[in-house]
Design a protein around this ligand. Structure first.
Ligand code: SAM
Length: 346
């Protein structure tokens, strides 16, 4: 290997081994409110002023701000030999809480749930069994039971899930023309964030968000009265309870939580109740057919291993599940982050 190849290889090693450190720097700055403060202030601030306004230590704050500049989360300009810090576009768009496209809540969930959970990855890979149930000391509890175990945890999970749809909701809901599906169920639809995108795109549709008791109870409390005519909520367990007849069922980031057998059980049930000509719309991050990439889908498959019993799949794997459940015509479209698969019942 040449010196240049060696240098590049070693650089790759360092970049990757420090990934966790980069995440933690970003999480910490979010948690302390650095990006919110700089967005609100409207002008660059010195490290001392930031520390004072946040009530943090001057030395720790300066170190954190410098690291954020190196990660391109902040920019720094010198004025009279003093460093003044401001948000980059990325921070204004995605890290400040008040931005309409903020990913703050997803980062908070990553920091508080995923980051600590990943310390068990070696054991989980070694044991190859239901991780959340055993490793987290929450025997008998699935990830969803644990997420619903307090109002605070439920809010954290729900807000985290919703963040993605402020960026990709419109794209995934418009990938196929769904205007001829008037009665829609969003199964595992959480707070109804995707349902809102759906009714804004398709004026003739009504949508029912079907989810677990606690999730629906909370979603009803927070749903906007202007949407009440077209978005309703129904509590139930999609494995155990009957799912009503509809034209279209949406399963967004839901099948990836479950093993193949459970996915097939659910899809078969939906095929039975789906109206003729109706369908099932699956929204998931997909692995390439050769299972080499994309990088993000592999990371999410690891998350599914740590948190759930599911995994990310290739387009063919999803198509095989649809076909086994009885759906004939299955099409898939690639979005910028999530792919969209529509299977139709004849
Ligand atoms: C990963 S979240 C996805 C939420 C939403 N579809 C989204 O993409 O933002 C999975 C959802 O499935 C719900 N869920 C899990 N098990 C369920 C079950 N047995 N019956 C109904 N909903 C369930 C969870 O409460 C959660 O809201």
């Amino acid at each position: 290997m040449s010196v240049t190849e060696d240098t590049e290889t070693i650089r790759t090693l360092f970049r990757q081994q420090h990934g966790f450190l980069m995440s933690k720097i970003m999480f910490t700055a979010c948690e302390l409110g650095v990006f919110d403060l700089l967005l609100e202030s409207g002008e660059p601030l010195s490290s001392g002023a930031i520390a004072e306004r946040l009530g943090t230590s001057p030395s720790g704050t300066e170190r954190l701000l410098e690291a954020c500049v190196s990660l391109k989360l902040l920019r720094m300009e010198r004025k009279d030999s003093e460093g003044l810090y401001g948000n980059t576009n990325l921070a204004n768009l995605c890290l400040a809480k008040s931005s309409p496209k903020s990913q703050y809540h997803y980062l908070k969930f990553q920091s508080e749930v995923i980051y600590p959970g990943l310390q068990f990855l070696t054991d989980i890979v070694r044991e190859g069994k239901g991780p959340f149930k055993t490793t987290h000391g929450m025997l008998q509890k699935s990830f969803f039971e644990a997420s619903c175990s307090s109002e605070e945890k439920l809010q954290r999970f729900s807000d985290a899930m919703d963040d993605a749809w402020s960026l990709y909701g419109r794209e995934v809901m418009s990938a196929f023309n769904l205007s001829h599906f008037s009665l829609i169920y969003d199964l595992g639809g959480g707070s109804g964030a995707l349902a809102k995108e759906c009714i804004s795109l398709y004026p003739n549709s009504t949508i029912t968000v079907f989810d677990l008791h606690k999730v629906v109870e909370r979603a009803k409390k927070h749903s906007m009265s202007s949407n009440k005519m077209r978005i309703t909520f129904k509590e139930g367990d999609f494995f155990k309870d009957p799912v009503p007849e509809a034209d279209l069922y949406i399963l967004a980031r839901t099948l990836h939580d479950w093993q193949d057998e459970k996915c097939l059980q659910l899809l078969t049930k939906l095929h039975q109740v789906c109206r003729p000509g109706g369908g099932v719309l699956v929204i998931e991050m997909l692995l390439n057919e050769d299972r080499c990439g994309p990088f993000e889908a592999h990371l999410h498959s690891i998350l599914m291993l740590v948190l759930t019993e599911g995994k990310e799949r290739t387009p063919s794997e999803y198509k095989a599940l649809y076909t086994a459940a009885g759906f004939k015509e299955v099409q898939h479209k690639k979005g910028s982050r999530y792919s969209i698969i529509l299977g139709r019942k004849q």
